[in-house]
Design a protein around this ligand. Structure first.
Ligand code: NAP
Length: 484
C-alpha cells in the first residue's frame, strides 16, 4: 500500500501554551511526525508562546527533548529533527496582559494559513480571542483551535461560545475532541457508509443493544484537583463517548462534509432521552498495593465525584427506538481498552434444535489497543457427528490487513492539526453540538448532586462496581469482558 501524503498549504501555527504538557507530549511531536512524513511545506512556521522567558534556542532544546521522548526512534534522524526545529520560534507573551502581543503582530505573515492553538487553561480562551482581535492579528480566515474542556455545564459552554463568537465566526473555530481524530473512529464511518453489508441491519429491528467501553488502568494521578471538579461524566461521557455514540447512531449524511456530518450528529444528541437515576451507576476506585484510592488521590475524603460511570441511554427516533446504548468508562480498571460493540439480535428461529442455539453476531470496533474490527459469526464445528455450532471471529486487525503502512497509524493530533490547516472541520465539534450535549448532561448531574448520590466503591483493577454488572443483568444482557 502506498502512502499518499499531500503537503498542506504554507502556514503559521501559533501555540499558546507552547511549553505546556499537551504541547510537549502531543502537539509538537505530532507536528514533527507530519514534517517527517513530508506533509509540512518548507515555508511552514511554528511559534510557541507562553509567559516564561525563553529564547528560540532554549525552546528548540525543549522540543528536541520532547521529540526524543515521544517520537519513535526510527523517525529521529538528527538532520530531520534539525530541519524541523529551524521552523520553530518562541515568543514570551501573556494572554492576560500586554506582553508579547506587538511582537506577535510583527511576526505574522500575509498569504499563509494562520492558526492559533489555545493550549492553555479554558479560563484564558476569551482573553486570547479578544487580544487576537484587538491587535488586528487574526483575519477573517484565521483559525483557532480550542482544547477540552469546552465548558463545565451548559451555561459556561454557552458563555464560552458567545465570547468566541464575538471575535471569530463558527467556520474559524476548531473545538478538538481527539477521539474524532482516531483512525478507527473514522473507519466506523467507512464501515457503515462504504459497505452495503451493515447499513440495512443498523437499526432497532436487528440490533439488540450497543456497548461502548472506555476503560483506563491509570488513576487520576497528578490531575486530581481538576478531575475531582469534573468526574467521568463531564470528562468522558459528555464529549468523547457522546461523539462515538453519535457516529454509531447518526443517519447517513448526504456527504462527508463538515456541516452535513455535524447536522446528523446534532440530531442524535437532541433525540437522547433523559436518563432515569436507576439506569446510572457511579463508582470510585478503592486503594490497593498498586496505588492509593480515589479519595486519597484527590485529597478529598468527602468527594462525591465519580471515577467510573455506567449508564443506559435511549435514543427516541425511528431507527433506534427500543435499542439501548450502554456506556461505561472508568479509571483504574482491569485493562486499558476502548471498544464499541454492536450486538445483533439472535436469529428468530434455530433450525438446528434447542441445544444448538445460535449466538448473536457481534461487530466490535476496537479503538485501542490494536485498532481493528472484529465480527463474531456462527459456523459449523468441523468434523462428522452432527451439526455442532461454534462462534468464530472474522478478525480484521488493521496492522495485519493493511501491512506495514498500518503499523504507523498517525496519532489523532497529527490528523486533526493538519485538518485545521486544510480548513476541514468535519472532525471537530460545532458549538451547537457541544451545547446540546451539555443540555442532556446537566439534568443528570443536577439530579445526583441534589440527592447527594454517593458513588459505589469498586476494586482497583476490576471492571467497575458490582451494580454496573446488574445494570445489564436486569435486562438479561451482559457486558463484554474488559480486556486488552
Ligand atoms: P499546562 O501543562 O499547565 O500548560 C499550560 C501552558 O499555558 C504553559 O505553557 C503555560 O506557560 C501557559 N500559560 C499559562 N498561563 C498563561 C498566560 N497567562 N499567558 C500565556 N501562556 C500561559 O497545561 P496542559 O496540560 O498543557 O493543558 C493545556 C490545555 O489543554 C488545557 O485547556 C487542558 O485542559 C487541555 N488538555 C490537556 C491535556 C493533557 O494531556 N495535558 C489533554 C486534553 C486537554 P507559562 O506558565 O510560562 O505561561
Amino acid at each position: 500500500m502506498v502512502s499518499r501524503v499531500i503537503p498542506v498549504d504554507p502556514f503559521d501555527l501559533i501555540i499558546f501554551g507552547g511549553t505546556g504538557d499537551l504541547a510537549r507530549r502531543k502537539i509538537l511531536p505530532a507536528l514533527y511526525r507530519r514534517f517527517w512524513a513530508g506533509q509540512m511545506p518548507p515555508e511552514a512556521r511554528i511559534i510557541g508562546a507562553a509567559r516564561a522567558a525563553h529564547d528560540d534556542a532554549e525552546y528548540r532544546a525543549m522540543i528536541r527533548a520532547a521529540i526524543g521522548e515521544f517520537v519513535a526512534p526510527e523517525k529521529q534522524e538528527p538532520a530531520t529533527v534539525d530541519a524541523f526545529l529551524e521552523r520553530v520560534r518562541y515568543l514570551t507573551l501573556d494572554a492576560r496582559g500586554d506582553d508579547g502581543w506587538d511582537a506577535l503582530c510583527g511576526m505574522m505573515r500575509n498569504g499563509v494559513v494562520q492558526a492559533f492553538y489555545f493550549s492553555v487553561g479554558p479560563g484564558l480562551f476569551g482573553d486570547l480571542a479578544e487580544r487576537l482581535h484587538r491587535h488586528g492579528i487574526a483575519d477573517a480566515e484565521s483559525r483557532i483551535v480550542v482544547e477540552k474542556p469546552f465548558g463545565h455545564d451548559l451555561q459556561s459552554a454557552r458563555a464560552l461560545n458567545a465570547t468566541l463568537a464575538q471575535h471569530f465566526d463558527e467556520h474559524q473555530i476548531y473545538r478538538i475532541d481527539h477521539y474524532l481524530g482516531k483512525e478507527t473512529v473514522q473507519n466506523l464511518m467507512a464501515v457503515r457508509f462504504g459497505n452495503m453489508l451493515f447499513e440495512p441491519l443498523w437499526n432497532a429491528r436487528n440490533v439488540d443493544h450497543i456497548q461502548i467501553t472506555v476503560a483506563e488502568t491509570v488513576g487520576v494521578g497528578g490531575r486530581g484537583d481538576y478531575y475531582d471538579r469534573s468526574g467521568a461524566m463531564r470528562d468522558m461521557v459528555q464529549n468523547h463517548m457522546m461523539q462515538l455514540l453519535c457516529l454509531i447512531a447518526m443517519e447517513p449524511p448526504y456527504a462527508f462534509e463538515s456541516d452535513a456530518v455535524r447536522d446528523e450528529k446534532l440530531k442524535v444528541i437532541r433525540a437522547l432521552d433523559p436518563v432515569a437515576p436507576g439506569d446510572i451507576v457511579r463508582g470510585q476506585y478503592g486503594g490497593d498495593s498498586g496505588g492509593p484510592g480515589y479519595l486519597e488521590d484527590v485529597e478529598n475524603p468527602d468527594s462525591l465525584t465519580e471515577s467510573f460511570i455506567a449508564l443506559k441511554v435511549h435514543i427516541s427516533n425511528w431507527r433506534w427506538k427500543g435499542t439501548p446504548f450502554y456506556l461505561r468508562t472508568g479509571k483504574r480498571m482491569r485493562a486499558r481498552t476502548s471498544e464499541i460493540a454492536i450486538v445483533f439480535k439472535d436469529p428468530p428461529h434455530s433450525i438446528f434444535g434447542v441445544q444448538e442455539r445460535q449466538k448473536a453476531n457481534v461487530l466490535v470496533i476496537r479503538l485501542q489497543p490494536n485498532e481493528g474490527i472484529n465480527l463474531r459469526v456462527t459456523i459449523k464445528e468441523p468434523g462428522p457427528g452432527g451439526m455442532r455450532l461454534v462462534e468464530v471471529p472474522l478478525d480484521m486487525s488493521f496492522k495485519e490487513a493493511l501491512g506495514p503502512e498500518a503499523e504507523d497509524i498517525p496519532d489523532a493530533y497529527e490528523r486533526l492539526i493538519m485538518d485545521v490547516i486544510r480548513g476541514n472541520q468535519t472532525l471537530f465539534m460545532r458549538g451547537d453540538e457541544v451545547e446540546a450535549a451539555w443540555a442532556w448532561t446537566d439534568p443528570i448531574i443536577a439530579d445526583w448532586e441534589e440527592r447527594g448520590d454517593r458513588p459505589r466503591l469498586y476494586e482497583a483493577g476490576s471492571s467497575g462496581p458490582e451494580d454496573a454488572l446488574m445494570l445489564m443483568h436486569k435486562d438479561g444482557r451482559r457486558w463484554r469482558e474488559v480486556k486488552a
